[in-house]
Write a protein that binds this ligand. Structure first.
Ligand code: F6R
Length: 608
């Protein structure tokens, strides 16, 4: 999705903006632009396409001198990707330049209102309305103007604003869209995300809804919507700068796949003391847990697939009914939620618009909301009754891998924590599950070791038109995620089906040499899966089986096999997904796809 960066200080601003925007490329974008002040006035340069196009226009920044400016990468919502629709958007009289993340929902009404008063619009964007309103309502005090405009616009926004009359100031305001301020020595920054400014400062202020920041080179002031000054404290970012870079891997996705053992360890280790799961960070009481009569798990995409595993795990261990929903459906389907419902929200970014709306819907009906989130201080984290952070670190590749693995680990922890509170399993069983959980990082590392086997297999099949993933129970949940990974980065059409569903339709698609990947790790239904493998082979399919290592040397129906360690049944997706993430990666790599930034996709989907 869109990215914002802004700078005010003594250094040349254009290279800083270009560099910051590059660090935000992972969010997905289709155009980019900057607005810079210098002694000849305010200058805007923007273009459709990759940042490299903008960089060429600016000769790497040297063509646009100045020490104050704002920059933006845009992911089109209102108006197609084009030079004119790119940000910054500038007001009719050229007084204000604005960069914007989010959506102004009442922009058409506001636009018509201004057109009737003679304002001339040039773009199709909702953002231009903000720039025009700023100039229209401006009577000298920019802060007053921003507060007035903020009171009239509806929707979500993170805005970076510069005004020609105040070339020594940057303004920032937000509602429902993330924005941070970076504090430096005689220089200050705005950004929609930390990596954009991490190479310059580690001290940041997080902005809350309705707050306005006024930045000069030496100072940052904050105001609330009543124009009262507010005091905020900086937060020190402890990430390694390397954590936001590729660290020697060809792609962020590969780096992040290999970070999975460590990320899982960081997520689970601080929460296991003396063999017991301790979730100190949540307020959910034993009484409340015992009162829960239904669990809803709600998320989008990969995070939703974690929810599908969660349903199998909760129902098996706790014997509590679980509904798992994609957030965009949940928010509109009138789910039967009561104050005895526990709603588990899963989101890496903590900003996904549909997931956030689902959370609000759940709260409206009195449910207790527990969220699993990666980005600290994100909106979903802030609005939940309880939040359990996954400690995956920044996930840059658009295709989620380490976030998925840490979300799964967190989900297992919640299941086992509640199982203990509800005395749903014996102490021996619980201890065995916790031991399995603790073994997860090493077992994931073991699966990653054999990447060459998968690389070789991918080199044989990267030309396929279609692929099918099949599995039963938790293996089906892993199939859903494996299929999504493949299609999103390699653009190969793929589907995931439960083994038992094949004969109800999809088997008609199987012909000679169709590749079927059969996940067969779930022991109880192994024989049933073997029957399904036989069925597709009889129609000419080539089958890769993902099997547990006790099947090494055993004659199975699969043509090829990849073996994963054994672990508690409901934790198997954490292992079976590893070769299939690698498979998606190597297929995409063989096809020459843009692995970290697949076409049409955005990392954080902050619009509906
Ligand atoms: C797929 C992927 C997406 C996200 C989905 C939810 O690889 O990354 O499907 O999982 O957009 O995003 P979050 O978890 O940020 O709410």
């Amino acid at each position: 999705m869109c990215g914002i960066v802004g700078y005010i200080g003594d250094r040349e601003v254009s290279p800083i903006l270009l560099n910051g925007l590059e660090k935000l490329e992972y969010r997905g974008y289709d155009s980019a632009g900057v607005a810079v002040y210098n002694n000849t006035g305010m200058h805007v340069v923007k273009s459709k396409g990759r940042l490299s196009v903008l960089s060429e226009l600016l000769h790497g920044g040297t063509d646009l001198p100045g020490t104050v400016g704002i920059g933006h990468t845009r992911w089109a919502t209102h108006g197609a990707p084009s030079d004119i629709n790119s940000h910054p958007q500038v007001s009719d009289g050229g007084k204000f330049a604005v960069v914007h993340n989010g959506i102004i929902e009442n922009y058409l009404y506001l636009k018509n209102h201004l057109i009737k008063r003679g304002i001339h619009f040039v773009s199709d964007t909702d953002t231009e309305v903000v720039a025009q309103m700023l100039e229209y309502y401006h009577q000298g005090d920019v802060l007053d103007t921003i507060l007035k405009v903020a009171s009239k616009v509806e929707g979500s926004y993170a805005l970076g604003i510069i005004c020609e009359e105040h070339p020594d100031t940057i303004y920032a305001v937000r509602k429902d869209s993330p924005l941070i301020i970076g504090k430096g020595e005689s220089e200050n920054f705005i950004a929609s995300d930390i990596p954009a400014i991490l190479m310059h400062t580690r001290d940041i202020y997080r902005m809350n809804d309705g707050e306005v920041a006024v930045l000069s080179k030496n100072e940052v002031e904050f105001y609330n919507h009543d124009k009262e000054k507010i005091e905020k404290v900086t937060e020190r970012i402890e990430w390694d700068v390397d954590a936001a870079e590729k660290g020697g891997y060809e792609h962020f996705m590969m780096k992040e796949m290999f970070e999975q053992p460590e990320a899982i360890r960081k997520t689970i280790s601080p929460r296991i003391h003396d063999g017991k799961i301790v979730l100190d960070d949540i307020a959910l009481t034993v009484e409340k847990i015992k009162d829960i009569d239904k669990i809803f798990i709600v998320a989008c995409g990969t995070a939703y697939h974690v929810g599908v595993v969660g349903k199998y795990a909760f129902e098996k261990i706790l014997r509590l009914p679980v509904e798992v929903d994609v957030a965009s459906e949940f928010r509109y389907r009138d789910p039967i939620i009561t104050d005895k419902s526990l709603v588990i929200i899963i989101s890496q970014s903590g900003e996904t618009a549909d997931t956030l709306a689902a959370l609000r819907e759940a709260k409206k009906h009195g449910a207790y909301v527990l969220s699993i989130v990666n980005v600290v201080g994100s909106t979903i984290a802030n609005e939940s009754d309880d939040v359990l952070y996954t400690w995956a670190g920044p996930e840059i590749a658009v295709a989620s891998t380490k976030a998925y693995s840490t979300q799964l680990a967190m989900m297992y922890m919640i299941v086992l924590y509640m199982a203990e509170q509800m005395q749903a399993v014996s102490t021996e069983e619980l201890n065995q599950y916790i031991a399995d959980l603790e073994s997860l990082p090493d077992k994931v590392a073991q699966c990653l070791e054999d990447k060459e086997t998968i690389q070789y297999f991918a080199s044989k099949h990267f030309n396929a038109q279609d692929m099918y993933f099949i599995g039963r129970n938790v293996d089906y949940a892993a199939s859903l995620e494996a299929s999504l990974k493949l299609k999103e980065i390699s653009y190969i059409h793929s589907e995931a089906y439960t083994g038992g569903e094949l004969k109800h339709g999809p088997i008609s698609l199987i012909e000679d040499n169709t590749l079927v990947i059969a996940i067969c790790t779930y022991q109880r239904l192994f024989d049933k899966m073997m029957s399904n493998v036989k069925e597709v082979k009889a129609r000419g399919a080539v089958v890769l089986g993902i099997l547990t290592e006790d099947k090494v040397g055993v004659q199975t129906e699969a043509d090829h096999a990849f073996f994963v360690p054994k672990i508690a049944d409901f934790m198997l997706p954490s292992l079976s997904i590893i070769p299939l993430q690698l498979f998606a990666y190597y297929v995409a790599s063989q096809k020459g796809c843009d692995i970290d930034k697949p076409r049409n996709l955005a990392k954080s989907v902050t619009v509906e």
